[in-house]
Ligand binder design. Structure first.
Ligand code: ZN
Length: 234
């Protein structure tokens, strides 16, 4: 995976060489970018080409993102609205209280706030809950998944958790793995899938056949999980 910065935005792409005469750019529905290059071209020439098409690429990515966002189920953060956590659905029970907080009890998410009618505030309180749960639960799943990679003697990656619109996770070549906080809404299997996918990138950085061979080896049923995750658009 290559990265350039264009107009303060990161553009990540892969380069694929093949028997063709001209350079081309393919942007997939998930926002991944492939630069198709003739055999003889060197990396810097491909990077120049990507840069010269930077504004077009950013425009396409923006379009993709807005079409995804419009498809996303929008919340209005009202009482009884269903919210997800670790693959389960819970109604939100909002009540007035001095201190803000969320408790998962039996089959409901109890949310307390001094301003229970302020949907913006409710949204923030809920996001804070998801974030704190992600930072509690992700490390445990990461530790478990990392055992599968023991034999490769890899350098332990650094993890960070962010809200991302288009991606479940990313892995930088220097070993920085970013996981989407929204993943905490999915079931454990799906979270494991994303984590293992990113860990596999520490060995194979692209989505080549080698990468999927490695995924097959480490997580034999990954295709099932992948298709479940694909249905949930974030
Ligand atoms: Zn990947």
């Amino acid at each position: 995976m290559e990265t350039i910065v264009y107009q303060n935005k990161e553009i990540q792409f892969e380069i694929k060489h093949s028997k063709r005469r001209t350079l081309g750019i393919k942007i997939s529905g998930d926002g991944s970018i492939l630069a198709r290059s003739p055999m003889g071209l060197i990396k810097s020439e491909v990077i120049d080409f990507i840069k010269s098409n930077g504004s077009w690429i950013l425009k396409q990515l923006k379009k993709l993102e807005s079409s995804r966002v419009s498809k996303t189920y929008t919340n209005d953060y009202k009482n009884n609205e269903i919210h997800r956590f670790l693959g389960q659905s819970y109604p939100l029970q909002i009540s007035l209280a001095k201190k803000r907080g969320v408790t998962l009890f039996q089959n409901s998410l109890y949310l307390k706030s001094p301003t229970p009618d302020d949907t913006n505030d409710i949204k923030k309180v809920l996001q804070k809950f998801y974030k704190s749960q992600a930072s509690l639960i992700f490390p445990k799943i990461i530790d478990k998944c990392w055992l599968l990679f023991e034999k490769y003697k890899l350098k332990t990656p650094i993890y960070r958790y962010r809200l991302m619109k288009r991606k479940w996770g990313t892995c930088r070549q220097d070993g920085l793995v970013t996981l989407n906080i929204e993943l905490i809404k999915e079931d454990i299997k799906s979270i494991e899938y994303v984590i293992i996918h990113e860990m596999c990138h520490l060995i194979v950085p692209n989505h080549s056949k080698n990468f999927y061979d490695l995924m097959d080896l480490i997580l034999p049923n990954h295709k099932e999980t992948e298709s479940i995750l694909d249905k949930t658009i974030i």
